[in-house]
Each structure stands twice: as structure tokens, then as C-alpha cells.
Ligand binder design. Structure first.
Ligand code: G3I
Length: 382
């Protein structure tokens, strides 16, 4: 594929692992949007949203419909959201998100089947009881059967890594109940329930060339190798990419090396939760936006060189709804600032500002997709 012969939206979605089956397909994406730029590079662009944001905010809903090819439920598919009390299934918000996705012709990425932080307390306690795995199977089955028509791709286990844990694995209720093998078992359970779905593990803290992220990358690759040699049905990996201006420059070389290692293991790769935490909120808004955009471009330029990177999702679309907050510590670092009664506003780490206007980060992402397209990075995916 080249920029002069773009894929149709139908062909692109059909070619994306896990997104062909259910997405209703309409006209090509509007020029100047992230969905269109990603499509021209043979990739997809998506963002995380919640049903409440979509329902309560028509302007935001329109921005999501315009900019995104895929949606990731930020909250509504998590176990805590779907089954806060044992046996009482609460599907309404996720049903609404799915209805919006279907009507707007969006794919949906299934986030997430297992995450230690979104396991309801009743389940965390009950997993270790005899027959505890049946709770995992019931949890998977409840959402995979209900949403499997539109969701063909699942984060089966989210954030399993702790480089200081034995075997590089996090201590979690799942590991305590079922041992290190719980990740392989989870993938096999998901495969049995949805034989055609694409199955991922999703992880954070793999981006920087510091001791912590180096250890996390080693542990992550170690886990992938163990899963592969055990024959686990692992199709892809999600790299969250929560970037942080306080961590300094990104090492593109470290990122490229990780991507090559993952590609060599025959996995597709998704950037699943891209956003940028700022540190100096007293800078002028243009300067803040430029720093965020530069870091984003640096990450994506390296990531999109790798043909196995099939898409990018930002964790939110607009600063209006980012989980990244300006903290008291952020404000206290600049005691000299905002004496005139102004305020720093929201963290500016997403493509659209709080008024839904595209920022420099949006342009940086467009540029990264454009230059990846000219390298025909998407060819080998399709
Ligand atoms: O909606 C309620 C509100 O009614 C209540 O007053 C308020 C009080 O705390 O809580 C609100 O819910 C919060 C919700 O975000 C919406 O803001 C929950 O407490 C809070 O736990 C929830 O946090 C989410 C977190 O996952 C846990 O589910 C974040 O929004 C969401 O961005 C975050 O996403 C995670 C990914 O799943 C995995 N990777 C890291 C990423 C960021 O932490």
C-alpha cells in the first residue's frame, strides 16, 4: 500500500487483528483526522472513552466519532464495573458504549478481562477458594459472549509485570490463587470462549532507558518467552505508553530494540494508552503543548517504524476527561506561579484540549502517521 492508493475503511478494519467482524462500516474518515492519518499509514487510531462521557457530552461524542476508528472502554468493561457485587451483572454502561460504537462504525478493543486493580473485593477474596478458576471463566464468558460480535480483541491480562517480584511477575490475587501459570490459563480460557479473537497482554513502564524501565522490559520479554514456549495462545502485546515529561528524553533506541524483540516473537503490537503527564504547569500554554508534542512525536516516530505496530490508542481524546490530574505536588513545585489568580488548567497530554480544539500533540501524531506512511510501514500488516 502507498499513500496514493489508500485502503478502504472496510479493507483496513477487516485487516486489523480482531476488528473485522463486528464493525459497521461507513464512509472514509474525514481528512485531517487522526483516524484518516492512521489509515493512510495502514494503521488504526483509537481512544479510550467511557459511556458516561459519551452520553453526557454531545460535542465530545462528535469529536470521538470524527477522530477515532476504534474505542477502548476506559472503565465500563472492567470487572469492578460489570460485577461490583457477586452475581449482579451491570451491563448498562458497556451496552451503551457498544451501541454508540456500532452506530458510528467503530471497532472496540476489549479492556480488560483481568487486572488486579479492577478486581472487585468479593472476587479477590473468592479466587483462592476451591474451584476459584470458575469465577475467572464466568467473568470471561459473561463479557466475551455478550460483546464478542463487536469486540474481537482482548487485553486478557493487564499489567502482570513487577520486575522485583519472583519471575518478574506481580503479586496479585490471581497469582496468589493460581500460581504463575494464571496468565497462560487465562489466555487458554479466553481462546476457548472466543476462538477467533486476538488475545493480548498489556503492560506499562516499558518506554524509558532508565534502570526501572529496563528491568520492566526484561521481565516483560521473559514472560512473553515463557508463554510462547508453553504454547499459550498469545497473539499480541499492548504497550501502554503513559509518557512523562519529568522522566526526561525518551530513548528511541531502547524502544526500537523492544519492538524488534517483540516483532521477532511474531506478535502484533498496539500502543494502547498513549498520553503525556506534564511537570511544569507554569510554562506558557504553547510551550507546554510543544513539549508534549515533541515527546509524543519522538515516541511515535520510533514506534511507527516497526511494521508490527498496527495502531495507536490515546488514553482519552481530550484533556477535558483525562485521568491525568494536576496534583498538589505539581502546584507546590512552582510556588511563584499563579499569584495573579489564574490557574494551570488541565494537564495537556491528549490530542484535543479541554475545549476540544486540536493541539500540537494532534499535529505531531498526524505528522508521525504521515511519515510512517511514506515508509509504507503498513505493508506487511495487511
Ligand atoms: O465516577 C466516579 C465518581 O462518581 C466518584 O465520585 C469518584 C470518586 O473517586 O470516582 C469516580 O470513578 C472513578 C473513575 O476512574 C472515573 O473517574 C474511579 O474511582 C477510579 O478508580 C477510576 O479510575 C480509572 C482507573 O483506570 C481504574 O479503573 C481511570 O479513570 C482510568 O483512566 C484508569 O485506566 C487505567 C487502565 O485501565 C490500565 N492502565 C492504566 C490506566 C490509568 O490508570
Amino acid at each position: 500500500m502507498s499513500a496514493s492508493s489508500p485502503l478502504t475503511r472496510r479493507a483496513l478494519l477487516a485487516a486489523m487483528p480482531g476488528l473485522g467482524a463486528g464493525a459497521a462500516l461507513g464512509e472514509p474518515y474525514e481528512a485531517g483526522t487522526l483516524a484518516a492519518a492512521a489509515q493512510a499509514s495502514g494503521r488504526e487510531f483509537g481512544c479510550a472513552v467511557s459511556a458516561a462521557q459519551l452520553a453526557g457530552d454531545p460535542a465530545f461524542r462528535a469529536a470521538v466519532a470524527r477522530e477515532c476508528a476504534t474505542l477502548t472502554p476506559e472503565l465500563d468493561l472492567k470487572w469492578t464495573a460489570v460485577e461490583p457485587h457477586r452475581g449482579e451483572l451491570a451491563f448498562a454502561p458497556m451496552d451503551q458504549l457498544i451501541d454508540f460504537a456500532r452506530a458510528a462504525g467503530k471497532g472496540v478493543h476489549g479492556h480488560t478481562l483481568i487486572w488486579h486493580r479492577s478486581t472487585p473485593p468479593w472476587a479477590a477474596a473468592a479466587l483462592a477458594e476451591p474451584g476459584g478458576w470458575s469465577l475467572v471463566r464466568r467473568r470471561f464468558s459473561a463479557v466475551m459472549s455478550r460483546y464478542g460480535e463487536l469486540i474481537g480483541r482482548w487485553d486478557v491480562v493487564n499489567e502482570p509485570i513487577d520486575p522485583d517480584g519472583a519471575g518478574g511477575l506481580r503479586d496479585s490475587p490471581f497469582r496468589r490463587a493460581f500460581g504463575d501459570d494464571y496468565i497462560r490459563r487465562a489466555l487458554e480460557t479466553a481462546r476457548r470462549l472466543a476462538p477467533n479473537a486476538k488475545l493480548l497482554i498489556n503492560e506499562f513502564g516499558l518506554d524509558y532507558d532508565d534502570a526501572e524501565d529496563r528491568a520492566r522490559r526484561r521481565a516483560f520479554l521473559g514472560l512473553v518467552d515463557r508463554l510462547k514456549s508453553a504454547g499459550a495462545p498469545l497473539d499480541g502485546v499492548g504497550l501502554q505508553a503513559h509518557l512523562h515529561l519529568g522522566k526526561g528524553r525518551l530513548s528511541q533506541r531502547a524502544l526500537r530494540d523492544l519492538l524488534h524483540e517483540l516483532a521477532a516473537r511474531d506478535l502484533f503490537i498496539l500502543v494502547t494508552e498513549l498520553d503525556v503527564k506534564e511537570t511544569d504547569y507554569a510554562l506558557a500554554p504553547d510551550r507546554r503543548d510543544a513539549l508534549v508534542a515533541d515527546l509524543t512525536k519522538s515516541y511515535l516516530d520510533a514506534a511507527l517504524e516497526e511494521p508490527k505496530v498496527i495502531g495507536v490508542t490515546t488514553w482519552g481524546l481530550s484533556d477535558r476527561y483525562s485521568w491525568l490530574q494536576v496534583t498538589r505536588a505539581d502546584l507546590e513545585r512552582r510556588p511563584d506561579a499563579w499569584r495573579d489568580g489564574t490557574s494551570p488548567g488541565a494537564n495537556r497530554g491528549l490530542p484535543l484540549d479541554a475545549a476540544l480544539r486540536p493541539k500540537a500533540m494532534h499535529e505531531a501524531m498526524m505528522a508521525a502517521f504521515r511519515s510512517a506512511g511514506s515508509k509504507s510501514a503498513g505493508d506487511s500488516i495487511i
